[in-house]
Design a protein around this ligand. Structure first.
Ligand code: CA
Length: 228
């Protein structure tokens, strides 16, 4: 996911950049309206965070150009407290959301994720974590924005992992979730091992990090962080 931050306050930009990179986003920056305009015309972004008060003009000017170049790009405007009319204007021009300075990073993250969800899946039920997105109504999986073809079992496994990210999952709980008590456990453990191996391989082809971590003797943990 690539985000362009258009903001002239360098401290704020650096803060946002560090935080968003930790959350797995690729960040580009522009401190001037003209600089942002050039980037928008040359590159594609999933989302643009747009400050309105820029040294060489009003960020609102960019909204029509963003929409013309890439209608699917999300736009979140950054505003000061006292600029209600500009917020409204920005939303009317096609911005997806706004955030008022000063803001908490968690709020920024939440708004980014909800904007990206809306943009890519037209408001359908979607799950998102790291580089992985699942449109649960269409049973469609994207890894790094590339469609991933999964078998039914792999899809069900991935969904279960996504709902239980960063949690230790025993082999028993995975088997039980997928098959209930219909299958003899000793057989199903080998069976599940192969499916998980395949799923991991498919995701790793498209994502820069491993998501499915084997926890020796216990089970698995789905996480974008390295496990000790
Ligand atoms: Ca500013």
């Amino acid at each position: 996911m690539k985000i362009l931050i258009v903001e002239d306050n360098r401290h704020l930009v650096q803060d946002m950049q560090e935080f968003l990179q930790e959350n797995g986003f690729l960040i580009e920056k522009a401190g001037f309206l003209e600089e942002a305009r050039q980037k928008i015309n040359l590159y594609k972004y999933d989302l643009i965070i747009l400050d309105l008060g820029l040294p060489d003009g009003n960020g609102l000017e960019l909204i029509p150009e963003i929409k013309r170049n890439d209608p699917s790009a999300g736009i979140i405007i950054l505003t000061a407290k006292d600029t209600v009319s500009e917020k409204v204007k920005g939303l009317e021009m096609g911005a997806d959301d706004y955030i008022t300075k000063p803001f908490h990073k968690a709020e920024l993250n939440a708004r980014i994720n909800s904007t990206l969800r809306r943009g890519k899946f037209d408001g359908n039920s979607a799950l998102e974590y790291g580089h992985i997105k699942i449109n649960t109504s269409a049973r469609q999986v994207l890894v790094n924005n590339t469609p991933l073809n999964l078998t039914k079992i792999e899809y069900d496994l991935l969904l279960y992992f996504m709902y239980n990210k960063n949690r230790m999952l025993t082999k028993e709980s995975i088997v039980e979730h997928l098959w209930g008590d219909r299958i003899d456990e000793s057989d199903s453990f080998n069976f599940i091992y192969n499916h998980i191996k395949n799923l991991r391989k498919k995701i790793q082809k498209l994502a820069p990090v491993n998501y499915i971590h084997s926890m020796y003797g216990i089970g698995y943990k789905f996480s974008d962080k390295e496990q000790d």
